[in-house]
Design a protein around this ligand. Structure first.
Ligand code: IMP
Ligand code: MG
Length: 230
């Protein structure tokens, strides 16, 4: 079953030509990097060659070193273990960004648990005004009456996690909680309750430890902020 939904805002509104500075500020770096403002004031897709040159100027800077991540994951595992003693827990990991976090977390959880994965993706041409979230890999198991802990990489505006929590709630679990590696509260547009939080991060585009920019940088051991050196 494919579940689709509008993101709820117009994340690409600014690049479709609307002169709205606050919208443009909210665009993630990965979106900005794909567009340029042409001579007639419209935002157009950057040709591949220019894009590659620009991309090479974007450098990751360490924000949370791997040792700190490790300590944070251990702290989260301690809290989760305490709260789910004697419970048959199901962890639902959101692909792809949380795959490393999930792998490290479960190895610290001395509990009876299952791990399942869902994958979300946005689709449609980047120049279209509204992105959509699609559940490209839905749940492969029943969670009715089960205790569920969702594992997410980063909560930003809150659209993605609200979408998945709503979907899972509809499957009638006994309990539903959220564990997130990182939170950017300054960018929140939809209220989200994070039951177990690793790190609060500033309003920067982050990569590493499984988190990507255009599928790159997932293999960095540290959580880094992308900075444009150009
Ligand atoms: P939201 O729907 O705005 O909360 O966005 C959450 C999703 O966008 C996360 O699951 C990430 O996949 C992605 N995302 C948000 N912020 C960042 C970031 O700083 N780096 C990489 N991906 C991000
Ligand atoms: Mg994600």
């Amino acid at each position: 079953m494919a579940v689709t939904r509008l993101w709820g805002s117009d994340p690409l509104g600014a690049i479709s030509g609307r002169d709205d500075v606050s919208e443009r500020r909210r665009l993630p770096l990965r979106e900005i990097a794909n567009y340029y403002c042409s001579h007639n004031g419209l935002f157009r897709v950057i040709p591949q060659k220019i894009k590659e040159r620009r991309n090479s100027q974007i450098k990751p800077r360490i924000l949370i070193p791997s040792a700190e991540i490790e300590a944070g994951v251990t702290r989260l595992a301690t809290d989760i273990r305490r709260d789910y003693q004697g419970v048959n827990l199901i962890l639902i990991s959101i692909l792809k960004g949380s795959f490393i976090f999930t792998a490290d977390l479960i190895r610290r959880l001395d509990l009876a648990l299952e791990v399942h994965f869902v994958q979300l993706s946005s689709y449609g041409k980047k120049t279209e005004s509204a992105g959509k979230v699609q559940l490209v890999q839905p749940l492969q198991c029943s969670i009715k009456g089960r205790h569920i802990l969702v594992v997410e990489d980063i909560v930003d505006a809150g659209y993605t996690i609200s979408f998945i929590m709503e979907y899972l709630r509809g499957e009638q679990p006994a309990s539903l909680k959220l564990c997130a590696l990182a939170d950017k509260p300054s960018r929140r547009l939809i209220p989200v309750t994070i039951d177990y939080l690793g790190f609060t991060v500033p309003d920067k585009f982050i990569v590493g430890y499984g988190i990507d920019w255009d599928e790159k940088f997932r293999n960095l051991p540290d959580i880094c902020a992308l900075e444009d050196e150009g």
